[in-house]
Design a protein around this ligand. Structure first.
Ligand SMILES: N=CN[C@@H](CCC(=O)O)C(=O)O
Ligand SMILES: [Zn+2]
Length: 419
């Protein structure tokens, strides 16, 4: 049976559909804002977008009066470590004492502590936990999510994580895109031979492809983790197996992961907090999208945020993300990240909206289905308790979502106080 919904009295509508591909540099600052609009949804898809007067009388099963509010595409979250066991609140004290993130890792904590918890957890436990976090992401307006493995670093646990992500993607209304991050840290078993760990992880590529468990392969290129050389060899192998690539690049030390991402034609270079001038120049001249994670820099207490302004001036395409994970950025709140992008990276509201919609969708190969409100597309739409698009990064730390519509279905509605 046909199901129709009309959103009318939209104060500001961002369709984000000014161009097909990722939006680069100065163009990220150009936002098309439609005022007094309506959107008609039919059978889960966008059927029409028109001035309010033209659609207000259309018949629909449900009519939602947007009361002059802001309406945008569902947000796209392009970098999360969604599936993990345990949590790391005990590391907060170490952080307060000033123990650096990489030192905690060197002492067997950090990522390795989550590896132990994830190895111990059952598939059911991981699944329940992942579904809980997906639900919370949905409440913040996210309708498509990337999810990485990387807390197993052995076949059994990496496959467990990837299967959990696949099942969550099949059962949760949010769309999920999976990334294999078997090369996330050096475990005790391989501490004297990281190359052997990489070989062991690469030995899973065929199975991951055959079972369709991941689209991307990612690596942590960092001091004390994997070198640029090791990353190049590993990622080239992944590319030869038909995977698209991502790199955790230049997060803490400027090793040149940004340049490697460009050299290998990676879909994204992620973090880039300490990318060099040369890295930024190469990024700007490439098709690789920079996924910036200011929540991580904030949470790790570091002073240096990614140089978004320079990247944009030079013409790079940028997305932003929570980097949701149990250690370096423990939040599902992408709206908070939008505020940090504004306050700490000096991105304009116009740039920020591109970074959480169309560019984030391209960053995970979903540019043709997510991140835009466009005729014929699945109707992933957010109604905000906000009068305009600038308001979201401005009023920080809270949830501004009024209603989330996923593929035409109402998925979340802000609750009311009970007293
Ligand atoms: N930097 C490497 N990986 C994650 C952190 C994972 C963790 O600390 O558990 C990140 O993107 O920040
Ligand atoms: Zn990450």
């Amino acid at each position: 049976m046909t199901q129709t919904t009309l959103l009318y009295n939209i104060g500001q509508l961002l369709t984000m559909d000014q161009q097909e591909g990722p939006v680069h540099g100065k163009a990220m600052n150009e936002l098309d804002v439609k005022e007094n609009y309506a959107v008609f949804i039919k059978d889960g898809k966008i059927e029409a977008i028109a001035p309010n007067d033209e659609l207000a009388d259309v018949k629909a099963d449900e009519k939602i009066d947007c009361q002059g509010k802001l309406v945008t595409p569902g947000l796209v979250e392009p970098h999360t470590h969604l599936v993990f066991g345990g949590s790391r609140e005990h590391e907060m004290a170490l952080k307060q004492q000033g123990v650096p993130y990489l030192d905690i890792l060197k002492q067997g904590g950090g990522i390795l502590s989550t590896v132990r918890a994830t190895r111990k957890a059952t598939e059911e436990e991981l699944y329940e936990k992942a579904m809980f976090h997906l639900n919370r992401m949905a409440t913040y307006g996210i309708t498509t999510v990337e999810a990485k493995s990387g807390y197993g670093m052995n076949h059994e646990t990496e496959l467990k994580q990837l299967r959990v992500a696949k099942k969550a993607g099949e059962n949760h209304p949010l769309d999920l895109v999976s990334t294999f991050l078997g090369a996330h840290a050096i475990t005790e078993e391989y501490k004297d031979d990281p190359d052997a760990l990489l070989d062991d992880m690469a030995a899973m590529f065929n199975q991951i492809k055959d079972e369709n468990l991941a689209e991307f392969v990612d690596i942590f290129t960092e001091t004390g983790v994997f070198t640029v050389e090791q990353s190049r060899r590993y990622l080239q192998k992944a590319k030869d197996h038909g995977f698209d690539l991502k790199i955790h690049a230049d997060e803490i030390d400027p090793l040149g992961g940004t340049q490697l991402a460009v050299e290998l034609g990676a879909k994204t270079g992620d973090h880039l907090a300490v990318a060099t001038d040369e890295g930024i120049k190469q990024l700007a001249g490439s098709d690789t999208i920079g996924v910036l994670l200011p929540g991580t820099i904030f949470y790790l207490g570091k002073g240096e945020f990614a140089r978004a302004r320079k990247m944009l001036e030079e013409g790079a395409a940028i997305a932003i993300s929570t980097d949701f994970n149990p250690g370096s950025s423990v939040t599902e709140n992408i709206q908070l990240i939008m505020s940090l992008a504004a306050l700490k990276m000096k991105m304009t509201p116009e740039e920020i909206w591109h970074a959480v919609t169309v560019n984030a969708a391209h960053a995970i190969n979903r540019g043709d289905v997510a991140g835009q409100i466009k005729k014929g597309r699945q109707a992933d739409v957010v109604i905000w308790d906000a009068p305009n698009y600038m308001y979201i990064p401005y009023h920080y730390g809270v949830n501004h979502v009024n209603t989330v519509i996923k593929s035409g279905q109402k998925l979340y509605k802000r609750g009311d106080l009970l007293v």
